[in-house]
Write a protein that binds this ligand. Structure first.
Ligand code: FDA
Length: 281
């Protein structure tokens, strides 16, 4: 589907690696780092998975040396639903390419049907690579244990709330519970994690993390705050001016619809933004 420039382009940097890299260079000029994401998910055949992996490797090679070669990938794009072996083989190739260009690959977390398989493959990759990290979702009941395990293993974690609707048997449903879970895991990561990334636009959680770090005198380069392209750009600058490390998740590609839909579902202001863009033509 073509990118309808007027509204999706607020959340998606463009359709090509070049447009994403141009966005990354603009961020760099503001002192902000990027992680690039070639959009796509739920691939169900080998050829598509191979194409996705090839796209990620091309991206890694295309990012200029001025920028960090930092990308985020989804294992369902690498054939996780086709076979574990295919997914592991393609992810290994991506990590090898990343190693050649001194790059880093973050493995995004998807819906709970994929949590175990994603963590299992991530841990397998970690035996050979130290240029990769995972994502854990505060909404899931299991996450605090996963965070503690990651701290023990020295894994690099991005903590987020979780973008997928999950049932109450396995996930917190209310804002208060999800925030409490995020704070607890953020404290564990800030206390003992390897360069944790706290990914949220929620001011209560941002303030909590910064206050916790300040109380413990944690150097601001020991962790980073992450946000999504198009969301709270003024806050990125404020954090940079205050001396914090900020990384923005820069998605691009033609398969933008599920990502775009998750952003709309999260926040009514995003829907209003789209409605206004459509009405103003
Ligand atoms: P949420 O959307 O719940 O908003 C809470 C509050 O934050 C609002 O009430 C408001 O106060 C403030 N706020 C939010 N947006 C604002 C705005 N635009 N302007 C002003 N205030 C605003 N998910 C996942 O399942 N797997 C993954 O791998 C990732 N990866 C990821 C990377 C990065 C860098 C980020 C930032 C997020 C993810 N996510 C993710 C998505 C994440 O799980 C979550 O769905 C969204 O970040 C939304 O939750 P928030 O905590 O940001 O606040």
């Amino acid at each position: 589907m073509r990118l309808p420039a007027a509204f999706a382009s607020r959340f998606v940097a463009g359709e090509t690696p070049q447009t994403a890299i141009a966005a990354g260079l603009r961020l760099y000029q503001r002192g902000i780092r990027a992680t690039f994401d070639l959009l796509g998910e739920d691939v169900d055949d080998r050829a598509s998975a191979e194409r996705s992996a090839e796209g990620c490797m091309e991206l890694l090679r295309a990012i200029p040396p001025t920028l960090e070669r930092n990308i985020s990938i989804k294992l369902t794009c690498m054939g996780l639903d086709v076979s574990r072996e295919l997914c592991l083989a393609l992810s290994t190739k991506i990590l090898e390419t990343a190693r050649e260009v001194a790059g880093f690959v973050r493995i995004d977390m998807e819906g709970s049907a994929h949590t175990d398989a994603t963590l299992e493959i991530f841990r397998e990759l970690r035996k050979e690579f130290d240029n990769t990290g995972c994502v854990l979702q505060a909404a899931l009941h299991r996450t605090h244990e996963d965070v503690q395990e990651a701290v023990r293993r020295g894994d690099r974690v991005r903590l987020c709330k979780g973008a997928y609707r999950e049932p109450s048997e396995i996930a917190f449903q209310g804002t208060t519970e999800v925030r409490a879970s995020f704070k607890r895991s953020a404290e564990a990561l800030l206390s003992g994690g390897d360069h944790p990334a706290l990914a949220t636009h929620d001011e209560e959680l941002i303030s909590h993390a910064l206050a916790f770090a300040q109380e413990r005198d944690l150097a601001s380069d020991r962790f980073e705050m992450q946000m999504l392209y198009g969301l709270r750009p003024r806050r990125w600058d404020g954090l940079v001016q205050a001396g914090y490390s900020v990384r923005v998740y820069v998605p691009y590609g033609t398969h933008w619809l599920p990502y775009f839909y998750r952003r709309l579902r999260e926040r009514k202001e995003n829907v209003l933004f789209v409605a206004r863009s459509l009405l103003s033509g």
